[in-house]
Design a protein around this ligand. Structure first.
Ligand SMILES: CC(C)(COP(=O)(O)OP(=O)(O)OC[C@H]1O[C@@H](n2cnc3c(N)ncnc32)[C@H](O)[C@@H]1OP(=O)(O)O)[C@@H](O)C(=O)NCCC(=O)NCCS
Length: 218
């Protein structure tokens, strides 16, 4: 009954805080900084075939360069192993929307819990939800089964790029209890959620900065 009512109201299913498998030894979490840019682009390129549509890397670079998306990275034994972004969207009518963007893991360390840990860490960086928040993402086909474990449910499609291929959009509802559970799990992994800077509101109307040419980080 509850799920029928939720569907009628356009509400997604509840987010499921999945506990990741034990992470590789010497895994640490921190905020992205510009010196990570080249490593992140390398992780993107390694994942691009079969995952991301051609030309989508510009959107990734813009997301890296925008100060209004919080980016978190995981390092394994001092080497960057995963990156992911999150942003709050200005509240208009209805629920607070949150977008998760470009969660990706270095292919040689796929399947070791890092993608799950990074997803939970980004949600743990949200302000405490007084009301449930709608967590959205646009996903590529090969990450569907990964995302379904968290309750992310198909909502429709949107273009990944202006005039580019359509990507599926999925959503799940994060309430205070599941947000707290994310923080507990992240804390249990040895990361301190209270040290992660709070996710900001994305300036929806901002013109994205021009994509910088690849080169040594400034
Ligand atoms: C999707 C992705 C972030 C998952 O990260 P990960 O560290 O490999 O995932 P985890 O180890 O935390 O969890 C993997 C679990 O999800 C499932 N899974 C589903 N799709 C998967 C995939 N493409 N790769 C790895 N695991 C996948 C596995 O069954 C695994 O379950 P298990 O723990 O029972 O073995 C990673 O595979 C990736 O970077 N993919 C390429 C980029 C991408 O598609 N990003 C998502 C954009 S929406």
């Amino acid at each position: 009954m509850e799920s029928v009512v939720s569907r009628l109201l356009g509400m997604p299913r509840a987010f499921v805080p999945v506990v990741p498998k034990p992470l590789p030894p010497d895994t640490s979490l921190r905020v992205y900084h510009s010196a990570d840019r080249e490593c992140c682009l390398a992780i993107y390129s390694e994942n691009e075939p079969g995952h991301f549509p051609p030309g989508f890397s510009d959107v990734f670079e813009q997301t890296l360069d925008r100060p209004d998306y919080l980016k978190l990275v995981l390092n394994v034994q001092g080497r960057l192993a995963a990156v992911g972004a999150i942003g709050l969207f200005p509240r208009m009518i209805g629920l607070q929307n949150v977008w998760l963007a470009f969660g990706m893991v270095r292919p040689d360390v796929h399947g070791q819990g890092l993608g799950t840990a990074l997803l939970l860490a980004r949600l743990a960086a949200l302000p405490e939800p007084k009301l449930p928040m709608k967590v959205l993402l646009s996903n590529v086909a090969r990450s569907e089964s990964f995302l379904e474990r968290f309750g992310f449910e198909y909502q429709g499609q949107m273009p990944g790029l202006a005039g580019g291929p359509m990507l599926d959009v999925r959503a799940a509802l994060l309430d205070r209890g599941s947000w707290q559970r994310c923080r507990e799990i992240v804390g249990g992994l040895g990361f301190a959620p209270q040290e992660i800077p709070a996710t900001q509101v994305v300036d929806f109307w901002a013109v994205p900065p021009p994509v910088r040419q690849s080169g040594p980080p400034s």
